[in-house]
Design a protein around this ligand. Structure first.
Ligand code: AVI
Length: 327
């Protein structure tokens, strides 16, 4: 069930439209306009992201899937499976398909654990629970719908077990540098010495391979970005004309920042909830960063946020790493 955190969801939900509106207006009132990619995921956005994950150019999901399929044992070899019971907490669990490989491994090894997936989307948690119950019937699942840290607080209140925390999919790459540090530090506050954190990082590689993943030949990433304008029109009563914006992607091989922009194709004014926002021809709106890391940068992030780097589990191409850190 995911009833445990029902109240967290309610508390988070009530102000969503005002928060969304304020974030949009604030982002578009700055000299360098921006919108937050955390708003990409309405129903149409979820659907587009599912298609991105399946498309040929977007290699990340297949690489991480390979690590979970081939190396589930290595991911948790630091954990004494025969020791005390533990909680496997997954932040942003989504459909949980990669994690199924790890769950199957742990269940076959007779590990004494509970699986606690956390996601902002109740719908995807239903899909996840049904999929797991169908495939690996003996896993004890308690899902949490809501914000990551609200869920972690709730988990701490009802459990003192050891934790293995999963944060997959290179979701960490969507955080700007400072937010990423703060996130790891805050996460560490919910962990005890000996607990494990397994995070998916997309690695620096041929810049063309990276750029293609975010400028795919099917135009899915373009649609994914434009969909946020469509969402703002629908939910905040705006009148963006999508044909007046073009998607533009950049990758900086030094910083590892892969960034998307929507470029205004003409001088235009858009009305959002009664406010007028002007765009100049060629003016960019910054939409999303997807950061790419070197293995050294991954280890440095662990050390500067209070974790010990334990190991790197890479796919066979060496394009993606699941880094195991110990608190
Ligand atoms: C969810 N996140 C890790 C994806 C990424 O690769 O940054 C979102 C995405 N944006 C464009 N394509 C996929």
């Amino acid at each position: 069930t995911h009833s445990v955190l029902a109240h967290v969801q309610e508390a988070e939900n009530a102000p969503v439209n005002t928060t969304f509106l304020n974030d949009v207006l604030r982002g578009l009132s700055q000299p360098q306009k921006s919108l937050s990619s955390k708003y990409f995921y309405d129903e149409a956005g979820d659907h587009l992201f599912q298609r991105i994950m399946r498309c040929d150019d977007y290699y990340l999901t297949r690489c991480e899937m390979e690590v979970f399929r081939e190396k589930a044992n290595e991911l948790v070899s630091e954990l004494n499976i025969d020791g005390a019971e533990f909680d496997l907490v997954e932040l942003g669990a989504g459909d949980g398909i990669k994690t199924r490989h790890l769950l199957r491994y742990l269940s076959e090894a007779n590990a004494d654990f509970r699986y606690l997936p956390v996601d902002i989307s109740g719908h995807i948690l239903d899909v996840l629970c049904a999929g797991i119950q169908q495939n690996i019937s003996d896993v004890d699942i308690h899902s949490f719908e809501g914000d990551y840290f609200a869920a972690l607080g709730e988990i701490d209140r009802f459990s003192q077990r050891r934790k293995v925390v999963l944060f997959l999919g290179s979701n960490i790459g969507n955080m700007p540098v400072e937010d990423c540090h703060t996130f790891c530090l805050r996460l560490g506050e919910h962990m005890h010495p000996g607990d494990l954190l397994i995070t998916g990082f997309d690695l620096k590689k041929d810049p063309r391979t990276i750029l293609r993943a975010y400028d795919d030949s099917d135009g899915l990433t373009r649609e994914f970005n434009l969909n946020l304008l469509r969402r703002i029109n629908g939910e905040l009563g705006a009148d963006f004309r999508l044909e007046n914006f073009e998607h533009f992607q950049t990758y900086n091989p030094v910083s590892g920042a892969c960034q998307s922009y929507l470029i205004s194709q003409k001088n235009q004014t858009v009305s959002i909830a009664g406010r007028s926002i002007s765009f100049e021809k060629h003016e960019p709106v910054f939409m999303e960063v997807s950061r790419k890391f070197s293995l050294t940068e991954v280890d440095d992030l662990a050390v500067t946020t209070g974790f010990s780097p334990v190991k790197h589990c890479l796919d066979s191409k060496g394009w993606f790493v699941n880094a195991v850190w110990m608190k």
